[in-house]
Every structure is written in C-alpha cells, then in structure tokens.
Ligand binder design. Structure first.
Ligand SMILES: Cc1cc2c(cc1C)N(C[C@H](O)[C@H](O)[C@H](O)COP(=O)(O)O)c1[nH]c(=O)[nH]c(=O)c1N2
Length: 237
C-alpha cells in the first residue's frame, strides 16, 4: 500500500477532529510573540493545498506586518463597524458595540487571502455555471490555514467588517484580485472552549438535528439510526 493510502491511526484521526472542534475565531487573546517564518510558511502551504475549482488555485497571500498599513485597515474597520452598529437598536446595539470584533493591531501578523478572478483564463474547468466557484475555493484555503494554525497553537480571527474596495486600494491589489479574507494571526493566551459570540450571549450553536433533511428540504430524517447518532452529536463537543 502506498504511503498516502495508509489509514489514519486513531490518534491522527482524533487530532483532525480536535483541530476542527477546538478551532476558534480569535480577536481578544492574542500574544505579541512573533510567529517564526518556518511556522508561517507551513500555514501558507496548508492553505495552498486547498481544493480549488479546475485546480485554479486563485489565491495569493499578502502578509502584512507594517503598522502603517494596519492603521489604515483599522480605520476602515472603524468606519464600517459604525455603519454595522446602526443595524441594531437599544440593548442589542449596546451588546453589539461591546463585542470585540477585530485584532488588527493586537496580532503580530495580518494576512489577506485574495482571489484572482482571472487566474487560468476566461474559462476554468468547473466554473461555467456558477462563476463564484473561485471565491468558494479561496474560502477553503482560509479554512485549511485556520485548522493548521489551530494545530500549531496559533489563533486566527477573520475580520470582514471592511469595505473590500478600500481594502483593495490599501493593499494595492490589481483590478482582478478580490480581497477575500482579512485575517489576524498570532499565538494566544488561551483558546476559548466555545465561540466568543456564544459565550457573550449573542447567538448559540444550532442543533445538528435541526439542520439535516431527508431527500428534500424540510423532511424529517427518516433513517432512525442516523437520527439517533445525530442526537448524540447535537452537543457542542
Ligand atoms: C466569513 C466570516 C467572516 C467573519 C467571521 C467568520 C467567518 C467565517 N467571524 C468569526 C465568527 O464570528 C465566528 O466564526 C463564529 O462566531 C463562530 O465562532 P468560532 O469560529 O467557532 O470560534 C468574524 N468575527 C469577528 O469578530 N469579526 C468579523 O468581522 C468576522 N467575520
């Protein structure tokens, strides 16, 4: 049997699931400790090994250490966050305003994962009916990096309260390149055991059983054994 076809050991399997369940979006627990270049390169390689439509690999990685650039990004966040707060009223608005939703200056590295919408030419295998497939592919690069970072003990926070056009200007992106994910990366004092939005009472995890349908939308799960197992997996861990 070739190397890659070996089954995962129980320990390796547990490691994969641990990274999945213990990954967190981090914005409050960053430490200033630098991320060694060897570790950062491993994370970027993990991202680069994501699946992509037609093997398009539409991503690039802008590693941002410059305080001046981060200040500009933070200014964009502050402007967009004020607009976002206007979507809520009263207590909910106060609650929103009490949430820390970015770690732009607190984390040692900011990273923008982009999507070059023109990579591979005008027709990319698999991207003919749904043109956004390149964006979805870049999201998978983000998730690969996020999970690998968790395993390395590094927290990642996705900041999406940013104007993409402003961000593209700040980072001097070419016309065809979309700033898909603005991420803050750093070692952390701790990983919270549940999403910060859950612990702060903003929103909780939906029960898995509520999200699984049989054959068509809205039909309850008919396979009883599956239903039993889904109930067992309803908990947060
Ligand atoms: C596409 C996208 C965009 C954002 C996020 C995530 C994703 C996937 N999240 C993080 C989000 O709030 C978090 O993932 C959920 O609350 C679940 O928590 P865990 O990621 O499991 O810790 C996020 N968090 C934040 O503080 N500011 C933000 O702007 C965003 N934006």
């Amino acid at each position: 049997m070739s190397e890659v076809n070996r089954p995962f050991t129980a320990e390796q399997l547990a490691g994969v699931y641990r990274a999945i369940y213990e990954r967190r979006d981090v914005r409050s627990q960053f430490l200033a400790d630098p991320i060694p270049p060897s570790v950062l390169a491993r994370l970027l390689k993990a991202a680069h090994h994501a699946p992509s439509v037609g093997f398009m690999q539409p991503w690039d990685f802008v590693v941002i250490e410059s305080p001046a650039i981060r200040q500009q990004v933070l200014a964009s966040f502050n402007q967009e966050n004020a607009k976002a707060a206007a979507n809520y009223q009263g207590e909910r608005q106060q609650h929103y305003q009490s949430l820390k939703l970015q770690g732009i200056l607190d984390s040692p590295i900011n990273l923008c994962i982009t999507c070059d919408r023109s990579r591979g030419g005008p027709h990319v295998l698999g991207r003919n009916s749904v043109m956004e497939m390149d964006l979805f592919s870049s999201c998978l690069a983000v998730q690969n990096l996020w999970l690998a970072a968790r395993a390395e003990g590094i927290g990642v926070g996705w900041v999406s309260i940013l104007d993409p056009q402003q961000l593209a200007t700040i980072l001097q992106l070419p016309e065809s390149v979309y700033p898909l994910a603005y991420l803050c990366l750093g070692y952390v004092s701790e990983f919270l055991d549940q999403p910060e939005l859950a612990s702060k009472g903003w929103r909780s995890r939906l029960p898995l059983t509520q999200l699984v349908h049989s054959d068509t939308w809205g039909s309850a799960v008919t396979n009883e054994q599956l239903l039993e197992q889904l109930i067992l997996n309803n908990s947060d861990k």
